[in-house]
Design a protein around this ligand. Structure first.
Ligand SMILES: *Cc1c(COP(=O)(O)O)cnc(C)c1O
Length: 237
């Protein structure tokens, strides 16, 4: 059982750690948006985070977005941070302010088609599998620029930046090169000058590694456990 008062304290503590990491990196804390990751969490837990000043929420499954967006009500910005099946693109576009997981041409084509139909550009980050882990989604770094060219040519996708998930590491400093690589890729992608492709956001850093990600330029950090406590093991909740 998670106590709502702990959630408020945890949000405060995470904010302080974000601010400290920003200062160490010579950055302004306000540049960094905290996305509270609410997968498996109840509406009451989410409300506690919102009451503590959280403005942005992240879900990794469309089904959970469909249940929680109406239950939580207006106010927060929702981010889809998990991999997206093509047949779930329509509800994802309706419910999420930003999709962090654009990672393949077939998905891009469907997102583009739906955005054109709706008359509203789809705001997306491109997910990059920087570390090349077989278990992770994302486009390989070597394919990123070609993929951005394909997306830019479609016309209805607004690329706002890049996202990555670093490998799990006991010492987050060991994955710092993964974050540095995403920043370098974003710098080079910005230099391509493609239409509707900007590199405003770097979505990187989770509970275990957000300090290292901020040191390398993250401005969207996705944090679940450090706010809400441990999730039940997979398959048990
Ligand atoms: C679950 C999840 C997070 C948050 O992970 P924590 O370790 O609980 O902070 C961040 N990003 C993605 C894509 C996730 O699925």
């Amino acid at each position: 059982m998670i106590l709502v008062s702990n959630i408020a304290m945890n949000v405060q503590a995470v904010r302080e750690r974000i601010a400290a990491a920003a200062r160490v990196a010579g950055r302004r804390p306000e540049e960094i948006t905290l996305i509270a990751v609410t997968k498996t969490r109840s509406v009451a837990e989410i409300q506690a985070a919102l009451a503590a000043g959280v403005t942005d929420l992240g879900e990794n499954r469309v089904q959970e977005l469909q249940a929680k967006v109406p239950a939580v009500g207006p106010g927060p910005r929702w981010h889809l941070i998990g991999s997206l099946q093509t047949n779930k693109a329509r509800p994802a576009l309706t419910l999420a302010h930003l999709i962090h997981s654009l990672d393949r041409p077939g998905l891009a084509e469907e997102v583009n088609r739906l955005a054109r139909q709706a008359g509203r550009p789809a705001e997306c980050l491109v997910q990059v599998n920087v570390a090349g882990e077989a278990s992770k989604h994302g486009i390989a770094p070597a394919g990123l620029f070609a993929f951005l060219e394909v997306v830019a040519a479609l016309g209805w996708i607004q690329v706002r930046g890049l996202m990555t998930i670093a490998p799990v590491a006991a010492d987050p400093e060991t994955v710092r090169p993964v974050f540095a690589r995403l920043r370098e890729l974003a710098e080079r992608a910005a230099g391509l000058g493609l239409p509707r492709v900007e590199m405003r956001y770097l979505s990187m850093g989770m509970s275990g590694d957000f300090v290292a990600a901020i040191a390398e330029g993250a401005n969207l950090v996705r944090i679940g456990t450090a706010i809400f406590g441990e999730r039940p093991p997979k398959g048990m909740g």
